[in-house]
Write a protein that binds this ligand. Structure first.
Ligand SMILES: NC(=O)C1=CN([C@@H]2O[C@H](COP(=O)(O)OP(=O)(O)OC[C@H]3O[C@@H](n4cnc5c(N)ncnc54)[C@H](OP(=O)(O)O)[C@@H]3O)[C@@H](O)[C@H]2O)C=CC1
Ligand SMILES: O=C(O)C1=N[C@H](C(=O)O)C[C@H](O)C1
Length: 275
């Protein structure tokens, strides 16, 4: 790895909570080189992104021009990568732009609808470009999901609770949606009704995903990112829980994705597919 030319990386959303972690991780990785830092928050424009991230000056200023950053990255000799941790409203256009410039997108931003993901998959296919959409970069969450898939063979009743900080824009979380999808793909329906239910307050029973799976979203200051998958059967409850205490937990998955995407020619959804 030491003799290879470093992979050029653009970080979009560089001044955000996740973006800052990615800047620190990329700055410390000898096989990666940061070539662009983009963020729309005017408070950070023009500042050195290393200073903003807290890892010291790295001589890359924060700009609010994704197209310009992608153009520069596309002119590097090596295939380049855009890491996106921005906002559900802008991520689709960001990914389209990256693919159009031949820059490979590693997407952590959540909130993309299944239709938009399908559309991006077709766009990536046409361009023969790798694109990674990863709802959760932590290994603990992959393991939780695998345990949930196992348990779903034996339990017919399951509900998901996701708990996040109250700055989160989208609900349910991308992770909870993916977890429900993985269970729904098991080829069975969950939660057969046992009684006629009435919601006295709308939403009391949470949101309804495919195959009868319910997701409940909690938003509170003091939380980072947490998820429970609770299975119930006569006389027993089986609870799987993952807790994030620091956003650094996502960085091994982000770095792995940057390294792996160079070899991909199509869109891949989910960290478990590249482990
Ligand atoms: N896949 C995973 O493992 C994880 C995914 N996430 C997801 O990542 C996303 C970002 O989360 P987080 O870092 O906590 O959010 P933050 O709000 O802390 O950071 C987002 C940053 O991106 C900026 N921004 C927003 N829209 C754009 C845009 N169109 N172009 C450039 N910059 C933009 C924001 O500016 P401003 O402040 O002005 O809005 C902000 O500085 C969310 O969707 C979240 O769910 C989070 C953690 C882990
Ligand atoms: O907004 C967050 O913080 C997180 N977002 C992702 C999601 O929506 O699943 C991943 C993790 O839960 C943290």
């Amino acid at each position: 790895m030491a003799n290879q030319t470093p992979i050029p990386v653009v970080v979009n959303g560089a001044a955000g909570k996740m973006g800052r972690e990615v800047i620190k991780a990329v700055a410390q990785a000898p096989d990666l080189t940061l070539v662009g830092a983009v963020d729309k928050n005017p408070a950070h424009l023009g500042k050195d992104v290393g200073e903003v991230a807290g890892c010291g000056e790295i001589e890359v200023p924060i700009v609010n021009d994704l197209q310009g950053a992608l153009l520069m990255a596309s002119q590097e000799k090596q295939l380049s990568v855009m890491v996106d941790f921005t906002h559900p409203d802008g991520v689709y256009e960001n990914v389209r732009s990256a693919i159009a410039y031949g820059v490979r997108p590693v997407v952590g931003t959540t909130g993309l609808s299944p239709e938009k993901i399908k559309d991006l998959a077709e766009f990536a296919d046409k361009a023969s470009t790798g694109c990674l959409i990863i709802p959760n970069f932590s290994i603990g969450m992959v393991l939780l999901q695998q345990a949930a898939i196992q348990a779903s063979q034996y339990f017919d009743h399951v509900e998901i609770i996701e708990l996040h900080h109250n700055q989160k824009a989208d609900a349910p979380s991308g992770t909870a949606i993916q977890t429900a999808q993985l269970l729904a793909e098991m080829g069975k329906s969950f939660n057969p009704p046992t009684v006629t239910e009435t919601e006295k307050l709308a939403g009391a029973r949470g949101s309804l995903a495919d195959e009868g799976i319910r997701i409940h979203s909690i938003r509170l200051p003091g939380l980072i990112a947490h998820q429970e998958v609770i299975f119930g059967a006569a006389g027993q409850v089986y609870t799987l829980r993952h807790d994030t205490s620091d956003r650094s937990c996502y960085m091994p998955g982000v770095l792995l994705s940057i390294r792996k995407i160079i070899q991909l020619q199509s869109l891949v959804y989910g960290l478990e597919k590249i482990l």
